[in-house]
Design a binder for this molecule. Structure first.
Ligand code: CU
Length: 195
């Protein structure tokens, strides 16, 4: 199934280019007629050997920014460009499955990437999870632009057979409570595809 789906996506892209016949910039514009969430996200979430890109969607399935994960010498650089999120502190974690299809709930993304084992939390003596990340602060303009570097994982942990997701939670992570630092509901999700 997967190869034929990819082939169809490729064919559609080429057809669009030919039919459009317009500038490169136009082909990058969001298509207003495209299905709102998953089809668009499938096509724009991409992985290469050293880099993976994932579109962030909010609790209504609307675009809310972009995450780029790049393999470094001894870890992964995560560049978060989040928009249209509620102001305040929010927990951010890497979850096990690259699936944001259950919009507004985002439980399909599974639990945290556990890595070498242990509990959740940067200041937990039994911690930490491989998917643990610092909180982000969204300002009154609803944006947070943040770069993180983590040595707890490699890019292949995000692009394994079921992908991975970056989840933004409603509340901040206290870095010690189980299982998610008291960070509450999942309000935004970005799916890294399998590679
Ligand atoms: Cu989480």
């Amino acid at each position: 199934m997967k190869p034929s789906f990819l082939a169809i996506v490729g064919a559609v892209s080429i057809a669009t280019l030919i039919a459009g016949g317009t500038s490169q910039a136009d082909t990058n514009m969001p298509d207003q007629n495209a299905p709102r969430l998953d089809a668009a996200a499938e096509q724009s979430n991409t992985s290469s050997g050293l880099r993976s890109k994932a579109q962030l969607v909010d609790g209504k399935g609307n675009p809310a920014g972009e995450i780029i994960a790049s393999q470094g010498t001894n870890g992964v650089l995560l560049q978060i460009r989040a928009e249209e999120l509620p102001a305040g502190w929010h927990g951010v974690h890497l979850h096990q499955i690259g699936n944001c299809s259950d919009v507004g709930v985002f439980k399909a993304s599974g639990g945290h990437i556990e890595g070498k084992g242990g509990m959740h939390g940067f200041v937990n003596r039994e911690g930490t999870h491989g998917g643990d990340l610092p909180n982000i602060y969204v300002s009154s303009d609803k944006r947070a632009y943040v770069d993180f570097f983590t040595t707890a994982i490699d890019l292949q942990d995000l692009t394994d057979s079921d992908g991975a997701a970056l989840i933004i939670h409603a509340d901040p992570d206290d870095y010690k409570s189980q299982p998610i630092g008291g960070a509450g509901a999942r309000i935004a999700c970005a799916a890294f595809p399998a590679m």
